[in-house]
Design a protein around this ligand. Structure first.
Ligand SMILES: [Fe+2]
Length: 305
């Protein structure tokens, strides 16, 4: 159900730091999947890097309660995912996530996500899931040159998928792995730095699995091309999915991409460090570095004009 298609333009204006809809009549579409009279509300959570308390604090301070929240990567869970989000889940808010590059930095970071049964169920990477009546496509991780680095969008992958990568590792260093793809367990991967690192790498096959499906929203860790450090392949994926909104983390900023909307065909939003944005792009909680990044970006743009 492409409910976002019915939204007027001004409902995803990011030029304000006030949550969209506040102070005026809320005309957003009602969801059948939320309690009677409630609005469709999914919150996008920028990189938390081990911090979780601000989510419930924001829920308590907000007039609106989300049906679900989506972590946009780099959770760096200090405990298993299910334990980190237990309070949020207990409040009746579903927690979904995509992984980020820092989620494979250490054995602990990795096992707290991939070793957790709730994360296995709620990991959006490489699939489209209907959450509170909204079809959400997820692509976690980052592009890495030794696998695929599509800044423009059309660059050829070095390795197509996880199997090719494992085969390459076995071929190049036969004494290091000595196991096939199907024998790799979470425990084995966690102890091998190279394998673990590439669990947060975007493979071409992951991207291709989503390409051409239909979704309302795309959530990624990497940014689309409108961001100074963005990738054409994220833009192409969002366009193929025919999404109306794309949200990303990773950059710790929250830049205003509104002037790119018509060129892209969707509204792109970056969500800052510990920032929270609703499913329409309105800022619910300003990220820790948002204002500093915005000033630097405007200065950069003015100097180029
Ligand atoms: Fe990141």
């Amino acid at each position: 159900m492409a409910i976002y298609k019915k939204l007027p333009r001004f409902f995803y204006d990011t030029s304000t730091s006030v949550p969209v809809g506040c102070g005026s009549k809320d005309t957003r579409p009602k969801s059948k999947n939320t309690k009677k009279g409630g609005t469709v509300l999914i919150w996008m959570l920028g990189d938390v890097h081990g911090n979780f308390d601000h989510v419930l604090e924001t829920v308590k301070a907000s007039r609106e309660r989300p049906a679900a929240v989506i972590f946009l990567g780099d959770l760096e869970c200090p405990a298993p995912f299910s334990a980190c989000v237990a309070g949020i889940e207990a409040a009746g808010i579903q927690c979904w996530a995509i992984p980020g590059n820092h989620d494979t930095d250490s054995i602990e970071n990795y096992l707290n996500l991939w070793g957790d049964p709730l994360f296995k169920e709620r990991n959006l990477h490489g699939r489209v899931v209907e959450i509170a009546g909204v079809r959400v496509a997820g692509l976690g991780g980052v592009f890495r040159g030794e696998i695929w680095y599509p800044r423009q969008g059309m660059e050829k992958p070095v390795l197509m998928g996880w199997k090719d990568f494992v085969d390459q590792q076995n071929g190049w260093k036969p004494t290091r792995l000595r196991v096939g793809v199907t024998q790799l367990t979470t425990e084995l991967i966690s102890r091998d730095g190279v394998l673990r690192r590439h669990c947060s790498t975007i493979f071409y096959e992951d991207w291709l699995r989503l390409y051409g499906q239909k979704a309302d929203v795309l959530v990624t860790h990497e940014a689309p091309c409108c961001h100074p450090h963005g990738f054409g392949a994220i833009t192409a994926l969002a366009q193929s999915l025919k999404v109306n909104f794309a949200f990303h983390g990773h950059q710790h900023d929250s830049l205003n991409f509104r002037t790119h909307d018509s060129r892209l065909g969707f509204a792109a939003h970056s969500v800052g460090f510990m920032g929270i944005t609703d499913g329409f792009g309105g800022r619910v909680r300003v990220g820790s570095f948002d204002e500093a990044f915005e000033r630097a970006y405007q200065k950069y743009r003015n100097e180029r004009i």
